[in-house]
Design a protein around this ligand. Structure first.
Ligand code: CTP
Length: 397
């Protein structure tokens, strides 16, 4: 009964699995959840709204332009009421609309106005599910901060066998429980996370940067905020969607990142430096676009300030967590960084490992501590790793 007292909007779109949403609503009601059902037009071809109305005990919402008495804007009122929105089943068509941010019906408009947890449960034919366009949309939805469940495998209504089944109702419920009952153990703490790649200009059209996507830092900021921390995220310019509740500060160069981090340093409890900061910058930045000449172009580079090292020197009560992206001698290099930068923990990863590190959704890391302890972690999602990093920070506090 972990969900008792929560309000959940169940969005039903038009797939054969729409009938299983009836069981979902019924299971949520049994837990003491206040449930509002929103149906797309095509969902109504599969199951009648009256069924959901009877089971949820609330009016079923069908049209963005139809407000119940006393409601001004149904999409915004529902988004405001919801502690979570779960879309089950989510058709390929709905995934594509949500990935684009369309708002041509009640359910898709509601998603745009919603700052709560959103859980999307795709269900469709397995060929459709595997189509690169659908996979690309799922990736976009993950980047937007929605949780997207992997469909179950097995015999499908169309006769095919493979992935595409709506996950079992207990699985959907346990995912909702996980999202809605996150431990608030960082309540009262301020966490500053840096993320992404810095850019050092060469001339008005070119810069030096690196491969960092910002995904690890953004996963950390999301996790810290979910666990109750006031979260400041100082990021490079190219980055995923900002998690709700997180204060984003965009910076381009290492100097700008340095200024922003230092500005907040005295007020924070924890700094997690996941950003890939450029070590060098061009000594001279050309005011005009550099034209092609015959022969070589030689750029003279000078060192940037090491932000983390300076934080280590100025450390007062703060916990300092660094990252070490290495291609060789992982542990040796990470240990050196702990000592040189006065860190409380280093998250080290070998960027040569396939499916891990830069731009990947997963990471395989080792956590190293000043006392010599090393915790080796398997290949896991960046979101899971973010929570494990926070669990370990909590033990240091
Ligand atoms: N870092 C920083 N400022 C810099 C360079 C790095 O704050 N100018 C931080 C990174 O955010 C990371 C840690 O220091 O948390 C280690 O960064 P990394 O690039 O792995 O190592 P470097 O210290 O730059 O050393 P090297 O490039 O020789 O591995």
């Amino acid at each position: 009964m972990k969900l008792k007292g929560f309000t959940i909007v169940v969005g039903v779109t038009g797939g054969i699995a729409a009938f299983r949403a009836v069981d979902l609503v019924s299971a949520l009601k049994k837990q003491g959840v206040e449930v509002y059902v929103v149906m797309s037009n095509s969902a109504q071809q599969f199951v009648g709204p009256l069924t959901f109305e009877a089971i949820s005990g609330n009016t079923v919402h069908l049209d963005i332009l139809e407000s119940p008495p006393g409601w001004k804007f149904p999409h915004l009122e529902l988004a405001e009421k919801a502690d979570a929105v779960v879309i089950a089943p989510a058709t390929a068509n709905f995934l594509s609309k949500a990935a684009l941010g369309m708002a041509d019906d009640l359910l898709s408009a509601l998603l745009l106005g919603c700052e709560s947890t959103v859980l999307i449960c795709p269900a469709m034919n397995s060929k459709m599910y595997r189509h690169p366009a659908v996979q690309e949309n799922i990736k976009k939805l993950n980047d937007l901060g929605y949780s997207v469940l992997t469909p179950g495998e097995g015999h499908l209504a169309c006769g095919d066998t493979g992935p595409g089944r709506l996950p079992d109702i207990p699985e959907i419920i346990s995912e909702l429980e996980k999202d809605l009952t996150v431990n608030q153990d960082f309540n009262g703490f301020t966490v500053l996370v840096t993320a992404g790649a810095t850019r050092e200009p060469i001339d008005p059209v070119r810069f030096i940067s690196n491969k960092s996507s910002g995904k690890m830092g953004f996963a950390l900021a999301r996790a810290a905020c979910e666990r109750g921390a006031r979260t400041i995220l100082v990021s490079g310019l190219l980055h995923p969607a900002t998690p709700p509740g997180v204060q984003l500060v965009e910076t381009a160069t290492a100097r700008e990142m340095y200024n922003e981090v230092l500005k907040h340093y005295s007020t924070v409890d924890v700094v997690i430096k996941a950003a890939a900061v450029g070590d060098y910058k061009p000594k001279e930045v050309s005011g005009q676009k550099i034209k092609k000449e015959s022969g070589q172009l030689v750029l003279e580079l000078e060192k940037n300030t090491d932000i983390l090292m300076e934080l280590g020197q100025k450390k007062n009560k703060q916990l300092l967590i660094g990252f070490a992206a290495e291609t060789e001698n992982l542990e040796k290099n990470a240990v050196k960084k702990i000592q040189k930068k006065n860190l409380d923990m280093v998250v080290a990863n070998n960027v040569h490992i396939k499916g891990s590190g830069f731009n990947s959704d997963n990471n395989m890391a080792k956590l190293l501590f000043p006392g010599g302890e090393i915790k080796e972690l398997p290949l896991i999602s960046k979101s899971e790793l973010a929570h494990i990093i926070l669990d370990n920070i909590k033990k240091l506090k």
